[in-house]
Design a binder for this molecule. Structure first.
Ligand code: MG
Length: 271
């Protein structure tokens, strides 16, 4: 073979390769459609709020600025100009929730008083026992797993996304409740994802148990649903626009094995 022939051969090989690739791609595109064999239920239609902070149509509103009637001990907290202020004991939602999405807005007290854990301290407790910390963490050093957005004594938030005292903070919390068997053995832990002022601070964090001050975290069997509570830590933290949505994943039933449909031919996919 002359060197000229070799030069000619390379483009020819390349074009043959490309033609073959196209043929193969076309063949696989025509080989049929993958179907997973699941009969899905139609997802429920939910009408979103006017803004992403407003409750969607399926939300349970726990505080709309008027009263704390949906909370035990709510009558002891001050509600003024649409804002509820922590004080005189924790408040506990009358309704109980399992897996859920929780939206809550809060503002640290002005004028600023105290320091560390003593400045704007409150807390949102899922199932009345797992705390995501509420604290004025704007230029207020404290132990990191106790600052705003921490799962108390378990993990700090990934970042500090605080707004200054007097401005409103939002938490959007996505909660997976722990599961226990009938004997109280933990089947799966709790998980939390949280967004603080639009910033992801906890991503599917696995809780080690509850969040007390005085002992290590531990799981103790409890019902599959539990109330949301808000801490009174002696500081008048303001709260507004609290709503929750129960969360259920899309429903479906595996009615047959996954298969490939090619015209009228259906070929099951073997495991
Ligand atoms: Mg607290």
């Amino acid at each position: 073979m002359s060197s000229q022939q070799r030069h000619l051969q390379l483009p020819l090989r390349l074009s043959l390769f490309i033609s073959a690739s196209i043929l193969l791609a076309t063949a696989s595109a025509n080989a049929g459609e993958y179907l997973n064999g699941i009969k899905w239920k139609a997802p429920e239609v939910v009408t979103p709020g006017k803004t992403d902070s407003a409750p969607p149509s399926d939300a349970i509103v726990l505080f709309d600025g008027t009263s704390l009637k949906d909370w035990k001990n709510g009558e002891r907290w001050e509600v003024k100009d649409g804002v509820a202020y922590s004080g005189k004991g924790k408040i506990v939602s009358k309704e109980a929730f399992g897996d859920c999405q929780l939206h809550i807005e809060w503002t640290a007290p002005v004028p600023v008083k105290g320091s560390g854990q003593g400045r704007g301290n409150s807390g949102v407790f899922l199932m009345d026992r797992y705390e995501i910390q509420v604290l004025d963490s704007f230029n207020n050093p404290t132990y990191f797993d106790g600052q705003a957005g921490a799962i108390y004594k378990q993990t700090p938030p990934a970042v500090n996304a605080m707004r200054p005292p007097g401005e409103w903070n939002t938490y959007d919390i996505f909660w997976t409740a722990p599961r226990f068997d009938d004997d109280g053995k933990l089947l799966s832990p709790a998980y939390i994802t949280a967004i603080h002022n639009g910033v992801l601070i906890l991503n599917h964090f696995e809780l080690k148990g509850d969040t007390p001050y005085h002992r290590p975290p531990a799981y103790q069997q409890h019902p599959p649903t539990g109330p949301i509570s808000i801490q009174d830590h002696g500081n008048p933290v303001g709260f507004r626009n609290i709503w929750v949505r129960e969360f259920k994943p899309a429903g479906g039933e595996q009615v047959r094995k996954p298969f490939i449909r090619d015209g009228k031919k259906e070929t099951p996919i073997e495991d």
